[in-house]
Design a protein around this ligand. Sequence first.
Ligand code: PLP
Length: 422
Amino acid sequence: MKRDQAIFDLIAKEENRQKTGIELIASENFTSKQVMEAAGSVLTNKYAEGLPNKRYYGGCEVVDQIEQLAIDRAKELFGATWANVQPHSGAQANAAVFLAVLNAGDSILGFDLSHGGHLTHGSPVNFSGKLYKPHFYGVEEETGLIDYDKVEATALEVKPKLLICGASAYSRDWDYERLRDIADQVGAILLADISHPSGFIAKGLLNDPLEFCHIVTTTTHKTLRGPRGGLILMREDFDNPFGIKTPKGELRKMSALLDSGVFPGTQGGPLEHIIAAKAIAFEEALSDEYMEYILQVKKNATVMADAFVGLGYKIISGGTDNHLMLIDLGNKELTGKIAEETLGKVDITINKNMVPFDKRSPFVTSGMRVGTAAVTTRGLKESDMKRIVTLIDNALTNHENEEVLAKIKSEVNDWMVQFPLY
Ligand code: PLP
């Protein structure tokens, strides 16, 4: 068959974009070569519905071993006793959990999307808000922090069956112990979606959600630096508390409900090539080298946040405990849309983001979200963070001056080629 040059030329273009730009999207990272190698391997050819040694297809002897390694490594990395490595993405992991523990119409309580939460935690445009009855908690306008007394009051009022914590744009740690106490008061299952900070949690640098949360979900491609995908974990299995039965009328353990929430509940055949890539990423994350990396991600984020504050930028909650920060651009008379477009012109990639109590639409927004996971993989250190913030400030201040923007872009490109990628 003829090589599809159109697509490979575009892949080369994308590789060049990644090489020459500064990547600050908080949910992105650069995987290792071996992770990409596994993701592009012959494993993509294999059907393997079911679980290791319990498949609906023949020829699974090899992929069984791969998936089992991925499961064992995920358990070791997070101190879990149970893991399902099949979710195709973070959204799929959450969908499987919802299907396993809820009935349509049940109340759920999650972190407000416009305050930093995720679509899959009850947004009306997502399955989670369409099939279930969503309620939300948020941050305080003054502090940018979650007030757990208010979460408790809302939980007592709406009596959720599922209490969800975790976020896409919250730069502080979570009080999982307090949340478990709240969940227990109303008989809810507590789910932590640690998609963003999972790398920190794996290395013990943030509070451990597995100690208190019944179920934990994560993506594998953010701070964890694996292939795009999802993962579900439990420290301990438990009897399902709501008497949810299988279609055959059996009461089952939560692990069995979650497994069937993934397949056949919400997915078909698992992506064994991606599962192999996850297994490699988990092994990488178990290493001391990864510990050095994630410590540097944190140092870089702290320095970056301080540098923004030093230039008069308002960071929601005043700083960061993890890899990301949410910046309110209101006092700079800029919108998130202008910031994203301006920085795009100088090859610095960020995303516009709603800030808590935002009066602008999600297409415009008053904020931007930045993170240090990807630039740290690239090899950038604290002094580089200061330089990035100066470049960003310079670009935003001169967002109408194409000449200045062109100069900044060439500085960015010349600088980044000194940090080889792949
Ligand atoms: N959960 C959280 C907290 C996220 O931030 C994200 C992605 O940004 C997801 C779930 C969804 O992950 P995916 O894009 O892999 O479906």
